[in-house]
Design a protein around this ligand. Structure first.
Ligand SMILES: C[S@@+](CC[C@H](N)C(=O)[O-])C[C@H]1O[C@@H](n2cnc3c(N)ncnc32)[C@H](O)[C@@H]1O
Length: 229
């Protein structure tokens, strides 16, 4: 039985697979990593929630060569892939199996930056609100949170439009969506996206300022906020 967010039965096909079903996957990651105010030379401590196979983690560690990251995920098989991929970064990366919002983040004011990609939308609305509040607590004053994720439209025709866009994307990779999902035993059973507007409001309510969305492509968005100085 798959855990929320594992997507594929076999985590070894996750990296090529996710690029085939998430339009502009790399661009979404770039938007997350372009957004923080910190420079390349800064020694920043980062928490990544739902690190999966470590794709975003590897990009973060490369882009910020002085950074260190705690990469958290509840899936052993995704983390097994991450361990292989991230070995080259040595002790700059700590991988931990854990669940959010229950186990992480825990404690106060430890991280300069919290990031996440395609993971938070598996939580219920209440869990997302708890998570945003815990993330706020875990950041240092002036620290930022950025999430790149699936969002829901509050309009049926826009949901239909997003579905059609994804089908076209998968087709551009040489597959029909259903055939692809069946072949690679992929599913989005646990998806529970909320609207971008609700989530921006929840970030404000959790105490963040400068709350904003910086990138959107149909039902994928990158958004976040800053903990006040
Ligand atoms: C679709 S993958 C995204 C992986 C990676 N961030 C990326 O951009 O490719 C979602 C990841 O979030 C993890 N995940 C989902 N819900 C979680 C939770 N509540 N606690 C911990 N990990 C979770 C899954 O195990 C999975 O590895």
């Amino acid at each position: 039985m798959k855990k929320p967010g594992e997507v594929f039965e076999d985590s070894r096909v996750y990296d090529p697979g996710i690029e085939a079903i998430v339009p502009r996957y790399d661009e979404l990651h770039d938007a997350i990593l372009n957004a923080p105010p910190q420079g390349r030379s800064e020694d920043i401590h980062v928490l990544e929630l739902g690190a999966g196979t470590g794709e975003l983690t590897a990009k973060l560690l490369t882009r910020f060569p002085e950074s260190s990251v705690l990469a958290v995920d509840h899936s052993e098989r995704m983390l097994a892939e991450a361990e292989r991929k991230l070995e080259t970064f040595g002790d700059r990366v700590q991988i931990e199996q854990g669940t959010f919002p229950d186990d992480h983040p825990s404690g106060e004011s430890k991280f300069d930056l919290v990031i996440s990609s395609l993971a938070v939308h598996h939580l219920t609305s209440d869990e997302k609100q708890t998570l945003f509040s815990n993330i706020h607590e875990a950041l240092v004053p002036g620290g930022w949170f950025f999430n790149g994720d699936v969002v829901r439209f509050d309009a049926d025709h826009l949901e239909t439009l997003s579905d059609a866009m994804i089908k076209n994307w998968v087709r551009s990779k040489g597959w029909e969506e259903e055939e692809f999902m069946n072949r690679w035993q992929a599913s989005d059973d646990y998806d529970d996206p909320d609207t971008l507007t609700d989530q921006l409001v929840w970030l404000r309510e959790a105490g963040f300022d400068s709350v904003t969305s910086i990138w959107q492509y149909y039902n994928f968005a990158v958004y976040g906020g800053r903990k006040s100085e």
